[in-house]
Design a protein around this ligand. Structure first.
Ligand code: NAG
Ligand code: NAG
Length: 266
């Protein structure tokens, strides 16, 4: 009997991935159409920082001057496993650096070198974990972000996005869901059981660091656009930063002319 009990405990230790779910708020700035969430960073009891949700960013970054108490913030040594596992990392001789691209800069040659840091993060009011790994950016890199937003929360499929750091820290199911509201407040779920959303109709594909869906056709007032099917083959990339949709030029032209014709007829 004793042996059996031990066996059960042993098995459940390995199956002990929790169904726990954490809920964070999402706010939309109606003027800029930017979506952000609020987490607490640092050792101060209450140090909220608003961060733009970006499913295209891996390592989160922010203006670290917005953190109320910097006493527990520390730099990451170049020789640490964390630094070595960050893609496009660099070293200033002692501390880990990261070549960060802004989600707003179309010109990808523009990027900055930021310091990789770690601190405590608190979500869902009283739930904390450390270390939360992110980078501190120079003031000039904040361009494109409107107050009260102080940085970008990385939610890419990569190795260092915020959602992956949370699910690893709490050993919960590695997934997240975001409900972006057309106005007002939305929800950001991390971990947990079902979200009550079926992915059967619109399967999500992960290609490199992009989340893609595969549209098969585009309809204007019930009539499909005549497009070369190869144009849709590479899929459509989802973005939480560029409002609405960016279309490949040929698709845009076909859609715009079909829409204009319909608008004139009606
Ligand atoms: C990108 O920006 C850099 C720096 O501002 C500039 O030198 C370069 O010409 C730009 N490249 C393109 C393709 O616009
Ligand atoms: C939304 O962004 C604008 C432009 O930066 C800013 O002036 C305004 O205060 C923001 N609104 C809220 C509710 O934060």
């Amino acid at each position: 009997m004793h042996g059996l009990k031990r066996l059960i405990i042993f098995i459940s230790m390995f199956a002990a991935i929790s169904e726990a779910q954490y809920l964070l708020p999402i706010t939309k700035n109606e003027t800029t159409k930017q979506y952000y969430t609020t987490i607490n960073i640092g050792s101060a009891a209450n140090s909220p920082v608003n961060l733009l949700l970006d499913i295209g960013t891996d390592l989160s970054w922010l203006n670290c001057r917005k953190i109320k108490s910097l006493s527990s913030l520390h730099l990451v040594p170049c020789q640490s496993p964390t630094c070595k596992s960050i893609p496009s990392n660099a070293c200033d001789g002692k501390h880990c650096l990261y070549l960060q691209q802004s989600p707003f800069v179309k010109n990808h040659t523009v990027s900055t070198v930021d310091r990789v840091v770690q601190d405590k993060a608190t979500i869902s009011t009283k739930v904390s974990f450390r270390p939360f790994t992110f980078s501190c950016v120079a003031q000039t890199h904040i361009q494109g972000l409107s107050p009260p937003i102080a940085g970008v929360l990385g939610l890419s499929p990569g190795e260092f996005p915020f959602w992956r750091q949370v699910t690893r820290a709490f050993n919960i199911i590695p997934r997240f869901a975001i409900c972006l509201p057309s106005s007002g407040n939305g929800n950001f779920f991390i971990g947990g059981g079902g979200f009550g959303v079926s992915m059967t109709l619109t399967p999500l594909k992960i290609v490199g660091s992009d989340y893609l869906i595969s549209p098969t056709s585009i309809y204007v007032d019930g009539i499909p656009l005549s497009l070369n099917p190869s144009l849709l083959e590479s899929g459509a990339k989802l973005s939480t930063v560029v409002p609405y949709t960016v279309l490949q030029t040929d698709i845009y032209n076909a859609l715009a002319s079909a829409f204009t014709r319909k608008a004139i007829v009606n």
